[in-house]
Design a protein around this ligand. Structure first.
Ligand SMILES: Cc1cc2nc3c(=O)[nH]c(=O)nc-3n(C[C@H](O)[C@H](O)[C@H](O)COP(=O)(O)OP(=O)(O)OC[C@H]3O[C@@H](n4cnc5c(N)ncnc54)[C@H](O)[C@@H]3O)c2cc1C
Length: 391
């Protein structure tokens, strides 16, 4: 494998789905660009891209007018097109969001309103009886059905993107963690184990490492990434016919998480999760003023999350709320991922995607779900902002 170059026009830091999509977008726009992707891990997609629900979201939840709303709807369309063109396994399996009792109907109405305003294709309200036709083992008083929601392994997409980049002459350099950022005359210097790569422009898509690199490049420390661990349990294979597609609860609208859901994966597994447990990288994450402010506001939710994380029975009970046949003995194995969630100094979890600038660089400061779905559309937005720096 080629070592990291000493000089280039564009360096993209992070070989997750977003960094790879950004590199692809910019090199397609400017084929003469000497570009490189620098990835810390031994393979692409080793971060969030390789450990998530694998859902191609349709764009229901997001505040109309937000980047998430716009880029998710556009991005999902492009994700399906890319998968079809590249022969990547995926399925438009559809999804239901289930109101378990009357108290959730108001929030379901609001989700339906948002979905319609965001122009989510095919969105449909279901009665309890209609829900039974779509998901026979699921119980609720009403639901939203989104036939355009689907599943894919985003790591497959990332590997296809890396292959396309390499074939077009853009190296994806692995085991190349960026340890420091320096301003150089007309350049930005990226320090790594193999020396330094000097680029005319850099785009940082470093997931859980994004805030540290932004600060190293001179950006504000606010917001800080405070990772949340999301653990999933797998339903035993012999019980997986309890779930046909994707079954989600009505989420708490004040949190940027979608709640514990049952999802069919493209490899045939059905998972229950994720939990959302604070997973600090260092004591600094706990000392961040936003962390204690958030904890004060969300301590009740935090206790539920700790219960779910520590006790498989509690997590199984959350599933039994809408699929009553599920019990704690129905699970075997699972996996976990870490959400790179930005948290403001004021204790607010940053909801929308955030991309900020420093001299000769752009920094993705918040790209949680649905950023994998949105990656092609978000890459276009980032490329629009990066292009003037490459002139
Ligand atoms: C539990 C969970 C469930 C989710 N479910 C969904 C879903 O169903 N649908 C959806 O659309 N989205 C979902 N998401 C969100 C989605 O996974 C992310 O938004 C998306 O993967 C972000 O891609 P990324 O490339 O920005 O980050 P990542 O995939 O995290 O990639 C960042 C890369 O940067 C590298 N890196 C970090 N620091 C450095 C450094 N110093 N030098 C070099 N490289 C570095 C890392 O090794 C990593 O490979 C979920 C996320 C989680 C955690």
């Amino acid at each position: 494998m080629a070592p990291a170059p000493q000089e280039c026009d564009l360096a993209v830091v992070g070989g997750g789905i977003l960094g790879l999509a950004v590199a692809r977008e910019l090199t397609r726009r400017r084929p003469d660009l000497k570009a490189v992707v620098l990835e810390r891990g031994p393979a692409v997609a080793g971060g969030q891209t390789g450990a998530n629900s694998g859902v191609i979201h349709a764009g229901i939840y997001y505040v109309p007018g937000s980047l998430k709303a716009r880029l998710c709807v556009e991005g999902a369309r492009e994700m399906y097109e890319f998968c079809e063109r590249e022969g990547i396994r995926h399925q438009r399996c559809g999804k239901v969001i289930v109101a378990r009792d009357e108290s959730e109907l108001g929030r379901l109405d609001e989700l339906e309103r948002r979905g319609r305003e965001n122009e989510v294709p095919g969105l449909r309200r279901l009665s309890a009886a209609e829900l039974g036709e779509v998901e026979p083992h699921c119980r609720g008083v009403a639901a939203l059905h989104s036939p355009a929601t689907g599943i894919v392994d985003f790591a497959d997409v990332a590997r296809a993107l890396a292959g396309e980049l390499e074939a077009a002459g853009t190296p994806v350099v692995l085991n190349c963690g960026i340890e420091g950022v320096q301003s150089r005359p007309g350049r930005i210097g990226l320090a790594h184990g193999g020396g330094e790569t000097c680029a005319r422009f850099a785009v940082f898509c470093a997931g859980v490492g994004s805030d540290k690199l932004a600060v190293a490049a001179g950006a504000s420390p606010d917001p800080r990434i405070v990772p949340f661990r999301g653990a999933y349990l797998y339903l035993r294979r012999e019980r997986s016919d309890l779930v046909r597609s994707l079954i989600y609860p009505v989420p708490d609208p004040s949190l940027p998480f979608l709640g514990v859901h049952l999802s069919r994966h493209i490899d045939g597994h059905v998972s229950l999760g994720p939990t959302a447990l604070l997973a600090p990288r260092s004591p600094g994450d706990l000392l961040w003023p936003g962390t204690s402010r958030m904890a004060l506001k969300w301590w009740r939710t935090g206790i539920t999350e700790i219960r779910h994380a520590l006790n498989r029975r509690a997590l199984a009970r959350a599933a039994a709320d809408y699929v009553p046949e599920i019990g704690p003995g129905d699970f075997d194995g699972g996996f976990a991922g870490k959400r790179a969630q930005a948290l403001g100094r004021d204790g607010k979890l940053v909801d929308d995607f955030v991309v900020s600038e420093t001299e000769r660089a752009l920094h993705v400061r918040n790209a949680p779900s649905p950023a994998a779905t949105s990656s092609f559309a978000l890459a276009r937005l980032i490329a629009d902002r990066a292009e003037p720096g490459l002139d």
